[in-house]
Design a protein around this ligand. Structure first.
Ligand SMILES: Cc1cc2nc3c(=O)[nH]c(=O)nc-3n(C[C@H](O)[C@H](O)[C@H](O)COP(=O)(O)OP(=O)(O)OC[C@H]3O[C@@H](n4cnc5c(N)ncnc54)[C@H](O)[C@@H]3O)c2cc1C
Length: 399
């Protein structure tokens, strides 16, 4: 191993085992009880947004877990927020309609001015404002973020934004969007990571201001959209941090995002596995429970072992993050391993359910569709493997 970055053994951190943050887990479970499978099935059918569920979460204060107390949040450690997301999905609910607020807010918290923080964070914590939309991905550049084409040109007191984003989830259910746009053309910067900037874009009256938001019909109900910017004026005071340093700011938030998404994913894996095991212990074919067959048991057991391993790395990543130690490798591994483990749990449970896995009333097919996302977004498996290859193993950069 050549990188000093992946050096968790030297970090003075401790990792709690078992059900950590038990009071948080119990409180989240209580909220989730009111939103059974039928609630999510109905939303899935009409591609609706779980407004009531997100409102209940907001009222509980959990969505503001990472916002410091001085700005109206509860100032919890990252692991507490990860536990919230894990428990939501382990209860059969879906955290993705609200999860982005937890990690997007971090960019504002770390790099925003005091005035911006005072203006927005308390209202985000109270639920008055939703900061749920994250505009990074573009149709023509995909994972190659620094090549993005959306331009923000300074004209006096405003930046004028033109361009297009794709897969901007929750844009129709958010008051604000965190937008990454190019402020200096790529041929005028030394490194292509320079010249990108981050803005808080107000989505109120979007259409009247040149922002067109179009829903994308997708495999899952993710409320995701395409967003078009046509000469959209963004006040200079909505620039976060320094102009040109936006890529760095976004990267700064990625470890937290990976850790939170990994935990959410593990929650889904746990729910799916529980369903698979219950069914294997109930369903009788050939005069015995199907769970008696090793062909049914082993994929479930394999998924369990993988989920436990992913959970351990996710906890280690969160502990390193909290201790302000390098955690890029662990955060990426947690995301990678949880995505694979949960996909294996989904496949094992789908197979265990036989034909009934396809019936919507059991929620297996819906969760099976939903958990496929973790292998692609917010970062695809290959890009994580490329990160580990280069930054942990010291192999040549492959792209
Ligand atoms: C439901 C959904 C919600 C999303 N929400 C958001 C959001 O809110 N905000 C946002 O900004 N984005 C969002 N995304 C976008 C998501 O982050 C991207 O889809 C993802 O990062 C992959 O980018 P891409 O789709 O452009 O794939 P591409 O970059 O085109 O890649 C296609 C495939 O090629 C592989 N590949 C590309 N380059 C390499 C390489 N050098 N080596 C090996 N393999 C490579 C990738 O791993 C992938 O499998 C969302 C996507 C989905 C599907």
């Amino acid at each position: 191993m050549t990188s000093a970055q992946h050096d968790p053994m030297n970090a003075e951190v401790s990792v709690a085992l078992g059900e950590d943050f038990l009071d948080v887990r119990e409180a989240v479970r209580r909220i989730c009880k009111d939103y059974p499978g039928s609630y999510w099935r109905e939303l899935d059918e009409r591609r609706g947004y779980p407004t009531e569920f997100v409102n209940a979460l907001t009222r509980s204060g959990f969505l503001g877990a990472l916002i410091p107390e001085e700005y109206g949040g509860s100032g919890q450690p990252l692991r507490a927020a990860a536990v919230v997301l894990e428990e939501i999905n382990a209860s059969g609910c879906t955290a993705s309609p609200a999860h982005a607020q937890m990690y997007i807010m971090g960019t504002l918290l770390r790099h925003g001015s005091e005035a911006q923080k005072r203006r927005y964070l308390p209202r985000i914590a109270s639920g008055e404002l939703r900061l749920q939309a994250f505009g990074v991905t573009e149709p023509t550049t995909g994972s190659d973020t620094t090549q993005l084409k959306t331009r923000a040109e300074r004209r006096g007191d405003v930046y004028v934004v033109n361009g297009q984003k794709v897969w901007t989830s929750r844009a129709l259910h958010s008051d604000l969007m965190l937008l990454l746009a190019r402020t200096t053309p790529v041929d005028k910067v030394r490194k292509r990571t320079e010249g990108l900037s981050v803005f808080l874009v107000d989505l109120k009256d979007a259409a009247a201001r040149g922002i067109k938001i179009t829903p994308i019909k997708a495999l899952i109900n993710h409320n995701t959209t395409e967003v078009f910017f046509d000469n959209v004026e963004v006040p200079v005071e909505n620039l976060i941090g320094e102009e040109g340093l936006g890529f760095r700011y976004i990267l700064d938030g990625m470890n937290a995002e990976r850790i939170l998404v990994a935990s959410e994913c593990i929650g889904d894996g746990r729910w799916l596995l529980r369903k698979g095991v219950e069914y294997a212990n109930e369903r009788k074919v050939f005069g015995r429970m199907i769970g008696q067959n090793q062909g049914v048991q082993f994929p479930l057991a394999q998924a369990y072992a993988e989920l436990e391993a992913a959970d351990m790395i996710a906890r280690r990543a969160a502990a390193l993050f909290q201790a302000k130690r390098p955690c890029g490798a662990d955060a990426n591994m947690a995301k990678l391993l949880s995505a694979e483990a949960t996909w294996h749990a989904a496949e094992a449970t789908m197979q265990t359910y036989g034909g009934f896995g396809f019936a919507q009333e059991y929620d297996i097919e819906r969760k099976w569709r939903e958990v496929r996302i973790y292998r692609t977004a917010p970062i695809s498996t290959n890009l994580i493997l490329a990160y580990i290859s280069e930054h942990v193993l010291g192999l040549p950069r492959s792209y």
